[in-house]
Design a protein around this ligand. Sequence first.
Ligand code: FMN
Length: 367
Amino acid sequence: MIHHQQDNQPGDLRPLLRPVTLGGLELPNRVVMAPATRCRADPAALTVTGLHAAYYTQRASAGLIVAEGTWVSERAVGDYPSVPGIYTAAQVAAWRRVTGLVHAAGGRIVLQLWHPGTGFGPGPAPAAMTAADLRTAVTDFGTAAARARRAGFDGVEVAANGTYLLAQFLHPRLNRRPDGYGADRGRLLREVTDAVAAAWDGPERVGVRLSPYWTIRDEPRARPQPDGYPYTADEQTLAGYDAAVTALGEARLGYLHLRGPAPAAPSPAGPGGPGGPGGPPDTEAVARYRKLFGGPLVANHGYGPGTGNGLVGAGLADAVSFAALFIANPDLVSRLALGHELSAPDRGTYYRGGRHGYVDYPIWSGR
Ligand SMILES: Cc1cc2nc3c(=O)[nH]c(=O)nc-3n(C[C@H](O)[C@H](O)[C@H](O)COP(=O)(O)O)c2cc1C
């Protein structure tokens, strides 16, 4: 169990519990469930199942659920097993059941759209993709966004984070293209967000997730790279992100979902989890993007009740997202509201285990 301070007075709604509007999304609280791949889709059809419906419905008290990274097309299936797609009729129908139940339980849910580029890890996508390939990728994102709308989602989040296609294009050492997509490394991301926004009749239900500070520490499945790991948050990388985020700010998106730098010290359960009790997250980084973007900002990475409330209370972010804590605490919002202890996640069941470590985390029962 992780203990946190109960410092609120009765009737004093702490910052994370106040309602907020992110573009076209009205949230009753600012506790966002961060996207988390759990590798539990049907392995052949890549459809979500009744387990997903239960998992997300259990967490419907989140201000907003960002559903796990989901492949935008058959051409864009990466090498994680049992990650769902949104490109077949069966996948759309299966997601519709999830969104319907989340809505029936009073929640809101957006879908994270995933394109892995040329496989996981820092692949050669920027160099290898032809102009036709790029047009296809943009179209695939737009089509997936339209399907997500038909599946009943409240919006979509474009994943430009981690090591996926759009992050590869943003990166100065991976994108050395001699054309316009290299001279302006944010161009592909903007084309994608435009295509996605068109499918939603405007940008207010479209979020973008970025992780400018991604390093090898963030890689869930680090492999040796012949030329070293190219993702580092050096000045050149951050300057590129500054330009990309400034341009995104003009697009009037629903929100920017920033995965900030890893918290200073690893949390007791090891890197990545349980999130919160590690060292304090770097709020200067959040402040930098808040200023550059100008629109609604959701901050992430290592926040807990105290740091999350502090960040929102200081006006540095509109909401905070939690991955590890939402995995382990389906009733995270009421635990935060009432100052109850938080459960720690079991990392061994992050990407496997069927129902175990997925739908069997208990709600708080007073013990
Ligand atoms: C099991 C697991 C799966 C994840 N899958 C995704 C994903 O599908 N898309 C994504 O953008 N981030 C993913 N992440 C990253 C989280 O959204 C988040 O950035 C990270 O866990 C740090 O937040 P936290 O400290 O609240 O856990 C995943 C994290 C975990 C632990």
